[in-house]
Design a protein around this ligand. Structure first.
Ligand SMILES: *Cc1c(COP(=O)(O)O)cnc(C)c1O
Length: 426
């Protein structure tokens, strides 16, 4: 039923549908554990013969209701919450890769993901090749190897706000028999649903717009159910061959389209942890209830700020796909016709030092690590989030040394622009 509803209705209503006498509002199941009447009942849960709750490290009803809402918004078959966006990115790949495997990823991705892929995954024996997402299909295809298991990209990259050609990436991935994983954090399903363009798995840092109020770190993974793991059974033995840790059960055989999320829950969460706390899931759900109202306001404000910056003589450059003439304007019109997000990036004439001084003079816009919440905020990635990257890696990640990441909130645009104006005049 939920699939037929519009996005705004899903934001408000999906996930939690109380029965007679149950709380109207999603309750916080603040319990590590769940009671059964017989030992046999619980044993069946441990064998995955029945679905049900037994320990919050694996599953919790509050979390599941919120994950179901996000899955409905993205148009997927199943979803799960994770303790952070980083955990979501890690699990999305680790669920189908092990030592000896290889992943191809766009290079213009979030700095944390870039480190995860470039430094930490290789320690586990998983190699990642970074590609220029704007390169031709032939060039990107050259990065693939026989042991490649996934292609990864961000709908709108953080912080460079590059727009991914999702259909192109899906064609390349499927041409090589691997799924496309898309991090949809900045666009949110309000502005883009990557699954409709061919993505197989969608990840989120729910910390950003979904929570929307900068209260709770969290992540989510949604599976479209569209990728045919059995058609590439040799590549994905974790899904298509018996799992020794569950008495030889095979995820694709036992769970069909739910195989990927069931494995991530039953195996990765069981062994590695990283569940979102039910408290945070509750707050995330409150945020989701207004996501469809907040996103258009973020976009309208950001458009005004981008146009103001573009017309200001002290500004060297502005990246925002809503600006005519922007490198990603056409891709933005295709994939994000109702707006992209509230984040834009720009540089000031005079370079890095001038950019830093400008930021220090802002009053309304706060210098914070966080991005994409109700309050306007600002960050200098080369000094902060991307500090560990070399100049060469910064360029590869689409982060110019003078790049200011400006996250436009949902205040009144006039006040945000006035703040920028006074800081520029100093
Ligand atoms: C913030 C962010 C992440 C990481 O999420 P956390 O919740 O901070 O762990 C991943 N991808 C993108 C695009 C992000 O902006």
């Amino acid at each position: 039923m939920e699939k037929k509803l519009h996005r705004g209705t899903l934001c408000v209503q999906a996930g939690w549908t109380p029965k007679k006498g149950e709380p109207r509002v999603l309750p916080i199941y603040q319990s590590t554990t769940f009671k059964y009447e017989t030992s046999e009942q619980m044993a069946r849960l441990f064998d995955l013969e029945e679905s049900g709750y037994f320990y919050t490290r694996l599953q919790n009803p509050t979390n599941d209701a919120v994950a179901a809402k996000i899955a409905a918004l993205e148009g997927g078959v199943a979803g799960m919450l994770t303790s952070s966006g980083q955990a979501a990115s890690f699990y999305s790949v680790f669920n189908i890769c092990s030592a000896g495997d290889h992943v191809v990823s766009a290079s213009t991705i979030y700095g944390g993901t870039y480190n995860l892929f470039g430094v930490t995954l290789p320690k586990l024996g998983i190699e990642v090749t970074f590609v220029d997402q704007d390169a031709s299909e032939e060039e990107i295809a050259r990065a693939f190897r026989p042991n490649t298991k996934a292609l990864f990209g961000e709908t709108i990259s953080n912080p460079g706000v590059a727009v991914l050609d999702i259909e192109k990436f899906a064609r390349i991935a499927h041409g090589h028999g691997v799924p496309l994983i898309v991090d949809n954090t900045f666009a949110t399903p309000i502005n883009c649903r990557p699954i409709e363009w061919g993505a197989d798995i969608v990840t989120h840092s729910t910390t950003k717009y979904m929570d929307g109020h900068a209260t709770s770190v969290g992540g989510a993974i949604v599976d479209s159910g569209n990728f045919d793991w059995e058609a590439h059974a040799d590549k994905y033995p974790g899904l298509t061959r018996p799992d020794a840790s569950y008495h030889g059960l095979t995820y694709t055989k036992n769970f069909g389209k739910l195989a990927y999320i069931t494995k991530a829950t039953a195996q990765l969460m069981r062994d590695l942890g990283s569940i979102q706390s039910p408290q945070n899931a509750f707050l995330l759900n409150l945020g989701l209830e207004t996501l469809h109202l907040r996103m258009p306001r973020h976009c309208a404000n950001a458009q005004k700020v981008a146009e103001y910056l573009k017309g200001n003589g002290q500004v060297a450059w502005v990246n925002y796909c809503g600006l005519k003439g922007d490198k990603y304007y056409d891709l933005g019109q295709k994939y994000l016709p109702n707006g992209s997000c509230g984040v834009l990036s720009f540089g000031l004439k005079g370079g890095r030092d001038v950019s830093i001084r400008f930021m220090d003079n802002l009053k309304l816009a706060a210098i914070v690590t966080h991005v994409a919440d109700a309050r306007t905020s600002v960050l200098h990635p080369a000094s902060h989030t991307h500090r560990q990257l070399t100049d060469e890696q910064l360029i590869e990640a689409g982060v110019a040394p003078d790049l200011i990441r400006f996250s436009v909130g949902i205040e009144d645009a006039e006040d945000i622009i006035a703040d920028i104006e006074q800081a520029l005049s100093k």
